[in-house]
Design a binder for this molecule. Structure first.
Ligand SMILES: NC(=O)C1=CN([C@@H]2O[C@H](COP(=O)(O)OP(=O)(O)OC[C@H]3O[C@@H](n4cnc5c(N)ncnc54)[C@H](O)[C@@H]3O)[C@@H](O)[C@H]2O)C=CC1
Ligand SMILES: O=C(CO)[C@H](O)[C@H](O)COP(=O)(O)O
Length: 299
């Protein structure tokens, strides 16, 4: 099969490498010429524009988008669409908002597959877990590529109609936030608590047979090994947050309580206050107000 890949960053390059390794042909484009050169070094046919990419693809075009979610997807589709028809298939493998994917599936002249991708750049060796939404025929058509990019045939599944792939991935990320928060809280107590513990050893022993072993816990072990038990210079600030926000918004709309995921998201937002949390500063001042407790002051 011949696959066009647009977006050759951390994730897109892995899609290219794994597709080539499985014996398929790849035509690759990115706004960044260096990324295109890297894909060409790996064996892909380089394209210097989206039009050039579509010219290099055969009659029935199969195209994988791996650009940042949001405007980049719309901008790419706007350029692609004049070159597409109903026999073509476009896969969006990024973390797009599921309602955007439904809208794009309705307006795209090609069959549109929204594909939630989990595993991250660190999971490249094993392959990804792919959650796909969209028409059955298009999913079946892309199966050889999904087999290559995923861990294998068991690493991808059609979830349902348009939007369902990105919907499942959105909620996957909500779970990811909550699990990270849970590990974070446990290790914080171990770090602050009454024993002087080597947290890499704790994570390691937990990863060997404990109920809470997981890939995230293996990544905790790696973090303590590389940064030390006190996490060295790692700052108290967590970026990201879009997929978690969408998960919480959806939970509110569906009236499904998600206190853990919400708390994990709120902790991230809380971590971004440059000058300490206003609410905590006010609480401290109020303790003086009612109890004349001492107020710790900033320098
Ligand atoms: N990094 C991760 O752990 C994961 C990322 N994702 C999703 O995959 C998508 C890509 O993520 P990354 O590879 O990490 O991002 P990245 O920032 O490493 O790569 C994005 C690439 O897209 C290119 N690009 C941007 N706009 C473009 C356009 N209009 N046309 C052509 N190329 C364009 C950039 O030059 C860059 O090379 C995002 O939606 C992300 O949320 C999904 C799962 C895991
Ligand atoms: O999808 C992912 C992992 O599954 C990406 O790494 C994503 O960026 C994680 O979300 P956030 O950036 O909000 O932490």
């Amino acid at each position: 099969m011949q696959l066009g890949v647009i977006g050759l960053g951390r994730m897109g390059q892995i899609v290219v490498d794994r597709t080539l390794e499985a014996g398929h042909d790849v035509v690759a484009f990115d706004l960044d010429a260096e990324a295109v050169a890297t894909a060409a070094d790996a064996g892909a046919e380089p394209a210097d524009s989206i039009e050039d990419l579509t010219d290099r693809l055969g009659e029935d075009k199969r195209i994988w988008l791996m650009v940042p979610a949001g405007e980049a997807v719309d901008a790419t589709l706007e350029e692609l669409e004049p070159h597409l028809d109903g026999d073509d298939v476009v896969v969006d493998g990024g973390n797009s908002y599921f309602e955007d994917s439904v809208r794009r599936a309705e307006s795209c002249p090609a069959a549109y597959l929204d594909c939630g991708t989990s595993g991250g750049p660190a999971g490249a060796e094993l392959g990804f877990s792919l959650m796909v939404g969209g028409p059955e025929w298009a999913y079946a058509e892309l199966e050889p590529v999904f087999d290559a990019v995923a861990t294998g045939p068991d690493g991808h599944e059609r979830m349902g109609p348009a939007g369902s792939g990105h919907y499942v991935k959105m909620i996957h990320n909500g779970v990811e936030y909550a699990l990270m928060q849970a590990y974070g809280e446990g290790f914080e107590l171990l770090h602050e608590g009454r024993y002087d513990l080597d947290l890499e050893s704790v994570a390691s022993v937990w990863n060997n047979g404990a109920v809470i072993r997981s890939w995230l816990l293996e990544l905790c072990e790696e973090a303590f090994r590389e940064e030390g038990s006190d996490l060295g210079t790692v700052a108290d600030r967590v970026e990201g947050g879009s997929t978690g926000t969408w998960t919480v918004q959806e939970a509110l709309e569906q009236e499904v309580p998600l206190p853990l995921i919400y708390t994990a998201l709120a902790e991230r937002f809380g971590s971004r206050a440059d000058d300490g949390r206003f609410s905590r500063r006010l609480a401290s001042r109020l303790r003086y107000g009612f109890g004349r407790h001492e107020v710790p002051r900033r320098e």
